[in-house]
Design a protein around this ligand. Structure first.
Ligand SMILES: Nc1ncnc2c1ncn2[C@@H]1O[C@H](COP(=O)(O)OP(=O)(O)OP(=O)(O)O)[C@@H](O)[C@H]1O
Ligand SMILES: O=C(O)[C@H](O)COP(=O)(O)O
Length: 398
């Protein structure tokens, strides 16, 4: 790999403490991991280092905790899921710095694997504060970043630590960058992007540049509601960030100038409650009841999405079209995923999809293996698509 060192350059690691930044921000329901793809993807790096006798210390975040440590955002259940995937014990320390982490690291034998508690339990992580970074780095001799999907964050564990220790890219980091370059480095046009999901505020800005890179942008999921509201459509009680209306309007202007078509839902599946088995109906997008939530796009929109997939030579997809975890709000995502998979199998489409929940949705549809490439990254993947330097990758290039 050009530009930075990988595990091929790491030399002897036996007995060394290797801090490995991984992405364990996996979908969880009722305390159980519902899609283990991100864990499976980091297994090769962990097994390789552990097999060579390193003490493998995993650093990761989980969710977006706002108020310090909490059971809701603890990585402890994910340590168990990681052990299942690796087929070997994974220790757990209830803090990522300080005595708890240091004691757990000191007790490790060569080849052991230890997961440290959620780095985001410390506010200093996201601020990339030097004193915190130093405390994280104190537990390692070498740093490996295998979290491509978190590389768009300039946080202490994704960026800061790489300045303090010899730093290398892990196998998944390497494979993701290689695969994205191969699939999308010089994409065959027309390029159609589908963006959905729920992380509206952290992803909407990315669309400003994305519309200059693609020929059509299909907006679904929670993301669509902010655009619909900006256009004056009443979205009732749907997930919507009304304060981002001016950003959404500007994106639509930029898209028109760049010649990128924007496709918004024409109909929606609405319910009054966000739960399995809730009564739902499909309505025209202008007829969403004031107390209703749009939880999926409707059949008319699905037809428009599949028509755009038919026109595409390259498809880029991040974010489900609906709240696919709850039936029947998985219909549109499953239909679009199956359609894209079939076109790919026919050799008519290069399909690249990414994101923690997007991968889970493709697995739910049973078609993840039929896409050209499935990245574990969502936001990082979109930023890479925009051509933006990713801090977690750039620092490895020093
Ligand atoms: N209309 C909707 N209303 C509410 N939630 C929605 C809607 N459509 C999709 N979602 C939710 O969006 C979530 C996924 O969004 P998200 O932006 O996190 O995608 P992702 O693929 O995980 O990307 P990343 O890896 O960047 O997090 C799912 O949990 C899904 O239920
Ligand atoms: O799920 C993701 O996309 C990554 O883990 C990054 O999570 P974040 O958007 O909360 O930084």
């Amino acid at each position: 790999m050009a530009g930075f060192k990988t595990l091929d350059d790491i030399g002897a690691v036996s007995g060394k403490r290797v801090l490995v930044r991984v992405d364990l921000n996996v979908p969880v329901a009722d305390g159980k991991v519902t899609d283990a793809t991100r864990i499976e993807r980091i297994a090769p790096t962990i097994s390789e280092l552990s097999g060579k006798g390193a003490k493998v210390i995993l650093l990761a975040h989980f969710g977006r905790p706002k108020d310090g440590p909490s059971a809701e955002f603890s990585l402890e259940p994910i340590a168990r899921a990681t052990a299942e995937v690796l087929g070997r014990p994974v220790g757990f320390a209830s803090d990522c710095i300080g005595d708890k982490a240091a004691d757990a690291v000191a007790a490790m034998k060569d080849g052991d694997v230890l997961l440290l508690e959620n780095t985001r339990f410390h506010k200093a992580e996201e601020k990339n504060e030097p004193a915190f970074t130093e405390k994280l780095a104190a537990n390692g001799d070498i740093y490996v970043n295998d979290a491509f999907s978190a590389a768009h964050r300039a946080h202490a564990s994704t960026e800061g630590v790489a300045h303090r220790l010899p730093a290398y890219a892990g196998r998944t980091m390497q494979a993701e960058l290689d695969a994205l370059e191969k699939g999308l480095g010089n994409p065959v046009r027309p390029v159609v992007a589908i963006v959905g999901g729920a992380k509206v505020s952290t992803k909407i800005d990315l669309l400003m540049n994305l519309v200059k890179k693609v020929d059509a942008l299909v907006i679904g999921g929670g993301m669509a509601n902010t655009f619909l509201a900006a256009r004056g459509t009443d979205v009732g009680k749907s997930l919507c960030e009304h304060d981002l209306a001016s950003t959404a309007k500007q994106i639509m202007i930029e898209a028109a100038e760049a010649g990128c078509a924007i496709i918004l839902p024409a109909d929606g599946v609405v319910a009054k409650e966000f739960k399995a088995g809730a009564a739902s109906e499909t309505v025209a997008i202008e007829a969403v009841p004031a107390d209703g939530m749009i939880l999926d796009v409707g059949a008319k929109t699905v037809k428009s999405v599949t028509d755009w997939i038919d026109r595409a030579a390259t498809l880029v997809w991040n974010g489900p079209l609906g709240a696919f975890e709850i039936e029947p709000f998985d219909h549109a995502t499953v239909a679009a995923a199956k359609h894209a998979a079939a076109r790919t199998k026919e050799g008519k489409l290069v399909s690249v999809a990414g994101g923690g929940d997007t991968v889970a949705a493709l697995n739910h549809a049973g078609v993840a293996d039929d896409f050209t490439y499935v990245s574990t990254a969502g936001g990082a993947f979109l930023e890479w698509m925009e051509g933006k330097p990713l801090p977690g990758v750039e620092v490895l290039k020093r």
